[in-house]
Design a protein around this ligand. Structure first.
Ligand code: C2G
Length: 129
């Protein structure tokens, strides 16, 4: 079974790692779509702290990850799932229900987020807020 998941993974933290480890455990291999800098700007009106090449390099180096690619549009989920022949789409439950439209081509699973950690919160701590 091949698992696919998507995310920005900016200022990589334990919540990201736990999500990827749990996603990988659902199948035999894990492919990760790392959101592009431009996609993030469109979504959040700011660029990530780490650029896409750095974020992809970090995620690609993880033991639980087999392959990474650049996710350039949220709307292309189906295309990516088919291209990578994924059997299971995994997302954190902050996205619950949002990708159910893919459930005709793969299983869609939403995993609980790790509590009390987020990139936004880390940026605030670093800023000294
Ligand atoms: N995550 C988690 N626990 C946290 C923080 C994040 O389980 N405390 C999970 C998210 O639910 C997501 C993954 O880690 O599944 C990556 O999180 P983000 O980098 O915040 O991803 P996001 O910006 O939501 O991008 O196509 C979808 C988007 O690209 C997802």
């Amino acid at each position: 079974m091949r698992v696919i998941t998507f995310g920005t993974y900016d200022v990589f933290h334990l919540g990201h790692l736990r999500l990827l480890e749990r996603a990988a455990a659902l199948g035999d291999s894990l492919v990760v779509g790392v959101s592009s800098d431009q996609l993030n700007y469109t979504k959040k009106q700011r660029y990530p702290v780490y650029d896409q090449a750095s974020r992809m390099a970090i995620v690609a180096a993880l033991r639980c990850v087999n392959d990474v690619f650049l996710e350039e549009s949220l709307e292309r989920k189906r295309e990516y799932i088919l291209a990578y022949e994924a059997d299971i789409l995994v997302m954190g439950d902050d996205w619950a229900g949002r990708f159910d439209f893919c459930s005709d081509i793969c299983r869609v699973v939403y995993l609980p987020r790790t509590p009390s950690i987020s990139t936004t919160q880390l940026i605030e701590v670093i800023r000294g807020v």
